[in-house]
Structures are given as C-alpha cells and as structure tokens.
Design a protein around this ligand. Structure first.
Ligand code: FDP
Length: 344
C-alpha cells in the first residue's frame, strides 16, 4: 500500500463516532497530514448519503416519473445510475481535491471544469454497482478508489494519473445500499465500517477493524456460466460442493449478483467470491479499476486475498481505463485453494 497514508486505526472507544470524527481523528494522529484526503473522503461520504436517499425512494420516484417525468419537488426524474454518476462528478470535480476522475459510466477521464481548483488526488468509482438489481429492490452499492496524481502540474490530470496499479491506492471503499446503508473504507490501516442512521443523516462507526475469517464456508459465483468455464474452475466449484469427512464441505452457495453485496457478505462471514473468465468474457466481466482493485485493497487490509487466478489484483498495471479481469476474492485460504485448482 502507499506509504504516505494519513490514517491511523481508531481506539475501540471510537465505536459510535461519526464518520467525519473518525476521519478527522485519523488525520490528527498522522504526521504531515494536510487535511486534503480528509476533505476528499468527506466529499465522497456526502455524495453517498445523497445517493442513499435517492435509492431509498427509487420505487416512488419511478412511479412518479412514469406519469409526469418530474418528482414531487419538481426535479427531473433520472435513472438511478445516471443520478449517482452525476452526483459524484458534480461534487468531486468542483471540490478542489482532485485533478481527474474516472467513472465506470464515462468513457474518458473527467477533469475539473475550467475555473475550478485542482487537487493532488484522483478518484475512480463505480457509481451504482449491481444496477440490474435496482428494479427488484436488491442491495446495490457505490465503490471508490483513490490515488495520488503522478503527472506534474497544477491543472487537470491525465489518463496516466488514473492508470495506476492498485498497490498504489491511498484509500478505497464502498457503500452498500441494503437493509441498512453501510460505508466500509480503508486508508491502508485496517478496514472500518459505518452504518447510516437515516433519522440523523450520518454514518456512525459500527464495525471496528474488520477482519475476514481465514477460511469460510460460502462460495459465491454465477453458476449459470458453468458450461463456459475452464476445466480448472469447474473442478474447483465441484470440490466446494463435495462433502468432506471433516465437515468443512460442502460449502453453501450465495449469489446476489451485486458485487458489493456479495463482497460485503464475504468480508464479514468469510468464504470466496469469484467471477472467472469464461467463453463469453475472456477476461472476466468485472472492471479492474472500479471494482476489483478497490475491493482487493479492502480484502487484503482485512487479512484476505484477491487474485485473477494468476496474479495478485493489486499488482496489475492497468493499460486501459475500462480493463476487465477475472476475480477470486475473499478468505485467504479459500482464495489460495481456488488458485491451486486453476493451476491444475
Ligand atoms: P450489474 O451487471 O448488475 O451491474 O459488474 C457489474 C455486476 O452487476 C456486478 O455487480 C455483479 O457481481 C455482476 O455484474 C453480475 O454479473 P452476472 O449477472 O453475469 O452474474
């Protein structure tokens, strides 16, 4: 991880701290911290609170949108994923802390508009992951990844600022819009989870220093793709389903189809999530920069692992913004076992 992290782990008595207080405590105890990362994380937090409130009203807004194309406040009704993307871009590009943004919804880097200040960070994000689940009220999420700019200059950044290996991330996190809304993030000093209290409108520290179990009992993969997997993947999944004398197997299957939801469960309960390469998707389906890399930083910070099957996710040097990778992520021993099967 980047050595210049500005965050320190909280004391146990920080449980119940607001996320703002938690971030500020981290800054307070970090030598040389300028407060810029703190401010950027606060901007991201605000965006996700806005998105959470819209996600909660999605059914109602869709209903109103069908009749008059405006909601009760007279606002134009947008699809949620467009709204999430626009919320992040509008707030972060004008917030003075970034020189460039990368969004899963945008083909090119987004730079701060003319006349707005730039900062020393870049943020990459998947504004609304699992969006095919919106209509059926299943958990969805926002994923973000923060790097320091590498190009010189004080104006807008370049694509090279965005194309950095995951190991150089300064911070990463996600928000899950589920039965409750939770924000989970790391700045390279452990993983911490906050739950949104909708009556107060703030995130409170609820999960201190999350550690992923070394081995779990759950596997998570779209088994509808079984016929188009490589033989090693097929054998691995068959192995997980085969009863063992020590009762460790068979594993239970869980697959939401929202990466954030499947990852969040894996982080808390252990086990493994995989989206392997298959005949349709030679490099898998998931995006390196917006999905695999930030979640890999979180998994490793929590004691887990993340790999393509051949390479540690965080070591991959990206060569394009929307690059895809196969992903095996979760409990260390489960991920290592998957790799042994893939290697044959
Ligand atoms: P979605 O297409 O609904 O946005 O990468 C996007 C993603 O969801 C992940 O959140 C999810 O894990 C995966 O795709 C689901 O893909 P399958 O439907 O092919 O299983």
């Amino acid at each position: 991880m980047a050595s210049h992290t500005t965050w320190q782990p909280p004391e146990p008595d920080q449980r119940g701290f607001t996320i703002e207080r938690h971030i500020l405590e981290g800054q307070r105890s970090a030598k040389g911290a300028t407060g810029e990362l703190t401010a950027l994380l606060q901007q991201i937090t605000l965006c996700t609170k806005i998105i959470a409130s819209r996600v909660n009203m999605a059914g109602l807004a869709d209903h109103l949108g069908l009749t008059g194309e405006t909601n009760v406040q007279g606002e134009e009704v947008q699809k949620l994923d467009e709204l999430a993307n626009a919320t992040l871009i509008r707030n972060l590009s004008r917030g003075g802390k970034v020189c460039a943004l990368g969004s899963e919804e945008e083909s090119e880097p987004v730079l701060p508009p003319a006349g707005y200040p730039t900062g020393k960070y870049v943020v990459l994000f998947d504004p609304l992951d699992g969006s095919s689940n919106i209509d059926v009220n299943v958990s969805i999420g926002t994923i973000f990844s923060i790097h320091e700019r590498v190009s010189s200059g004080t104006t807008g950044g370049t694509v090279q600022d965005l194309l950095q290996a995951g190991v150089k991330q300064v911070a990463a996190g996600y928000v899950i819009y589920g039965s409750s809304t939770m924000l989970v993030y790391t700045t390279g000093q452990g993983v911490h989870g906050f739950t949104l209290d909708p009556t107060v409108g703030d995130f409170f520290l609820s999960h201190v220093d999350i550690r992923i179990p070394t081995r779990g009992k759950i596997y998570s993969v779209n088994e509808g793709n079984h016929a188009s997997w490589a033989p090693g993947v097929q054998k691995w999944v068959a192995h997980l389903k085969t009863p063992s004398a020590d009762k460790q197997r068979p594993y239970s299957a869980r697959y939401v189809g929202s990466l954030v939801a499947d990852f969040h469960r894996t982080l808390l309960k252990g086990g493994v999530f995989a989206y392997p390469a298959d005949d349709k998707n030679a490099n898998g389906k998931l995006r390196l920069m917006y999905e695999a890399s930030p979640l890999a930083m979180i998994a490793e910070q929590a004691g887990g692992a993340a790999t393509t099957g051949k390479q540690r996710i965080l070591d991959i040097q990206p060569n394009e913004l929307h690059q895809r990778v196969p992903l095996y992520i979760g409990s260390k021993e489960d991920v290592e076992e998957a790799v042994r099967f893939l290697e044959g």
